[in-house]
Design a protein around this ligand. Structure first.
Ligand code: HEC
Length: 149
C-alpha cells in the first residue's frame, strides 16, 4: 500500500513537472522530439572534436561572409568562401571519412556549393550572392536534419 501511494505520488509530481515545463517552454516542447531520430554516423571518438571544430569554423565563415557583403567587400568574401567552404583537398578528405555514402555525397555537394558561392560573390551581384548563400545554407540545414555524430 505504501509503495502504491509512493508510486502515485511520484507519478503526480512528474506530471506536474511536465506541465510546468510545457508552460515555460511550449515551443521547445512541441518542436523537439524526445528521441533523436536522425541517422548516427557513428563517428570514431578521435574524429568527433575535429568534426565539430570544422563545423564551428563553417558557422564563423558564414557570419564573416554576411558581414563582408554588408560592407560590399565582395572580393574578400569570395576568397573566404573558396578557401573555407569550397571543396579543398582537406574538406574532401574529411567528407570521405564520414563513413556514410549519403552523408559524404551531401558533404561534397555542400563544398561544391561553397565554390559556387565564391564565384557568385566574385561578380559583386548582391542578389546572386544571397541566392548562392541560401543554397549553401540549405545543405547545412538538410544535413543537420538527417545526421548526427
Ligand atoms: C554533410 C553534413 C553536414 C553539413 C553539410 C553541415 N554540417 Fe554542421 N554538423 C554536422 C553533424 C553530423 C554535426 C553533429 C550534430 C550532432 O551530432 O548532433 C554538425 C554540427 C554542427 C555544429 C555544432 C558544433 C558544436 O561544436 O557543437 C555547428 C555550429 C554546425 N554543424 C554548423 C554548420 C554550418 C554553419 C554548416 C553550413 C555552412 C554545416 N554545419 C554544414 C553535419 C553537417
Amino acid at each position: 500500500m505504501i509503495k502504491f501511494l509512493m508510486g502515485a505520488f511520484i507519478t503526480m509530481m512528474c506530471l506536474n513537472a511536465a506541465y510546468a515545463v510545457d508552460e515555460i517552454m511550449p515551443m521547445e516542447h512541441h518542436v523537439m522530439n524526445v528521441t533523436d531520430a536522425r541517422i548516427s554516423l557513428h563517428l570514431p571518438e578521435r574524429m568527433k572534436q575535429h568534426q565539430l571544430a570544422d563545423m564551428r569554423a563553417h558557422l564563423e565563415t558564414i557570419d564573416s561572409i554576411v558581414g563582408l557583403m554588408a560592407e560590399s567587400k565582395f572580393a574578400e568574401a569570395s576568397k573566404l568562401a573558396h578557401e573555407k567552404l569550397g571543396l579543398t583537398p582537406e574538406m574532401q578528405r574529411m567528407c570521405n571519412m564520414l563513413g556514410n555514402e549519403k552523408a559524404t555525397a551531401m558533404g561534397l555537394a555542400f563544398h561544391r556549393s561553397g565554390d559556387e558561392l565564391g564565384d557568385a560573390l566574385q561578380t559583386g551581384d548582391i542578389n546572386r550572392s544571397l541566392s548562392a548563400l541560401h543554397n549553401t545554407m540549405q545543405y547545412c540545414v538538410e544535413c543537420h536534419a538527417t545526421f548526427r555524430q
